[in-house]
Write a protein that binds this ligand. Structure first.
Ligand SMILES: Nc1nc2c(ncn2[C@@H]2O[C@H](COP(=O)(O)OP(=O)(O)OP(=O)(O)O)[C@@H](O)[C@H]2O)c(=O)[nH]1
Ligand SMILES: [Mg+2]
Length: 312
C-alpha cells in the first residue's frame, strides 16, 4: 500500500511537469525577483495563479489569506512567502474524509461525463481499488449507446476481477441499471458502479436519461447510498469547469474524478474546481493502467506540484 502510494506520487510528480513549468516556474522568478512584498508583487502572483488555471475564486481566496498571514506573521521577505503560499493552496483544497462515505456503506456510484473524458477507464480503476479493499463490486454497463462500450468495460471487469451486468447495444440505459441493481441485491454486493454513455447530450436528453436512472435507483434500491461522480479531463482546463457546472445543473453531483493529469499543463484546474464549484475532487487519474487512480489528497498534490518530497 505504502509502495503503491509512493509509485503513484512519483507518477504524479512527473505527470505534473508541464503544470509545474507553467505555474511554479513563475513563482520562482517572483520569489527571487522581488525584494519587498508590495502591490506589484501581489499583482504578479495573481497573474501567475490565473494563468495557471487556478480560477478567480481560488486565486482571490489564496491571495486574501496570504496577505492576512503576511501581516499577522510580519513577513517582509518574498522568499519567506513561498512556504506560506504552499500552505495556503493546501488549505484551499483539503477534502473532508466524510466525502468517502460510499466506501463504508452499501452504495451505488453513478459515473457521468461527456465523451472521451475517461469514464469507463475510471470505472475500471475504481472497481479494482474497491475490490482490493475486500469489497464485492458489480459493474453496470449502462453505456448502451457507443458500440463496443460494453466490451471495453468487460475487459476492465476482468482486469479488476469483478462481475459485470450489461445490456444489448441500443438498450435503454435505465433498464441496464435495473438489471444491475437486481444483481447487486441478489449477490449482496457492497458497491454497484454504473458506467454511462458520454455522447454530448443536449441538456434535455441528459436530464431525461438521468431522471430515469435515478428513479430506478430510488424505487429499486433505496437502501443504497448514492454517489454521483462527474469525470473531467484535466487537459481541458477551464472547459472542464464549464462541463462540471452543466452536469451539476441536472444531477446531484457529489464529487469529481479528474483524469489525465499526466502530461497536462493545466493541472491547476484541480485547485479551481473545488472553490469554483464547491464540489470536491475525490479521485485523480495519472495514466491508463489500473493503478493510475488514487484518492485526491491536497497535501500530496501540492507537494507533487512543487516537486517537494516530504518523505525523503
Ligand atoms: N493519459 C491518461 N489517459 C487516460 C486517463 N484516463 C483515461 N485515459 C484514456 O482516455 C481515453 C478515453 O477513456 P475512456 O475511459 O474510454 O473514456 P470515456 O469517457 O468512457 O469515453 P466514452 O465512453 O467514449 O464517452 C482512453 O484512451 C483512456 O485510456 C488518464 O488518467 N491518463
Ligand atoms: Mg466509456
Amino acid at each position: 500500500m505504502a509502495e503503491e502510494k509512493k509509485g503513484f506520487f512519483k507518477r504524479l510528480v512527473s505527470g505534473l511537469t508541464k503544470t509545474r513549468d507553467n505555474i511554479v516556474a513563475g513563482f520562482d522568478s517572483l520569489f527571487t525577483g522581488y525584494s519587498t512584498i508590495d502591490d506589484d508583487f501581489y499583482e504578479e502572483l495573481e497573474e501567475i495563479l490565473i494563468m495557471g488555471d487556478i480560477g478567480i475564486n481560488a486565486t482571490t481566496a489564496i491571495l486574501d489569506r496570504l496577505k492576512e498571514q503576511v501581516k499577522i506573521r510580519n513577513i517582509k521577505d518574498p522568499k519567506a512567502c513561498k512556504e506560506l503560499l504552499i500552505e495556503t493552496i493546501k488549505n484551499q483544497m483539503t477534502v473532508d474524509s466524510t466525502e468517502y462515505e460510499f466506501e463504508n456503506r452499501k452504495s451505488v456510484i453513478l459515473v457521468i461525463g461527456v465523451n472521451g473524458v475517461g469514464k469507463t477507464t475510471s470505472v475500471g480503476k475504481l472497481a479494482g481499488k474497491l475490490k482490493d479493499q475486500g469489497k464485492k463490486v458489480i459493474l453496470g454497463a449502462a453505456d448502451t449507446f457507443r458500440a463496443a462500450a460494453g466490451e471495453q468495460l468487460t475487459q476492465w471487469a476482468n482486469r479488476a476481477g469483478v462481475e459485470i451486468i450489461g445490456g444489448q447495444d441500443g438498450a435503454d440505459p435505465a433498464s441496464v441499471v435495473y438489471d444491475a441493481v437486481a444483481a447487486a441485491k441478489a449477490r449482496n454486493a457492497d458497491v454497484l458502479i454504473c458506467d454511462t454513455a458520454g455522447r454530448l447530450h443536449n441538456k434535455k436528453n441528459l436530464m431525461e436519461e438521468l431522471r430515469k436512472i435515478y428513479r430506478i435507483l430510488e424505487r429499486e434500491y433505496p437502501e443504497a447510498y448514492l454517489e454521483t461522480l462527474v469525470v473531467l479531463d484535466g487537459t481541458t482546463g477551464q472547459n472542464a469547469l464549464v462541463q462540471a457546472r452543466q452536469f451539476a445543473e441536472v444531477a446531484n453531483v457529489t464529487g469529481i474524478i479528474l483524469t489525465k493529469l499526466d502530461g497536462t499543463a493545466k493541472g491547476g484546474i484541480a485547485v479551481a474546481i473545488q472553490s469554483e464549484l464547491d464540489i470536491p475532487v475525490k479521485y485523480i487519474g495519472v495514466g491508463e493502467s489500473i493503478d493510475d487512480l488514487q484518492k485526491f489528497d491536497a497535501n500530496s498534490f501540492v507537494d507533487a506540484l512543487f516537486d517537494i518530497h516530504p518523505d525523503e
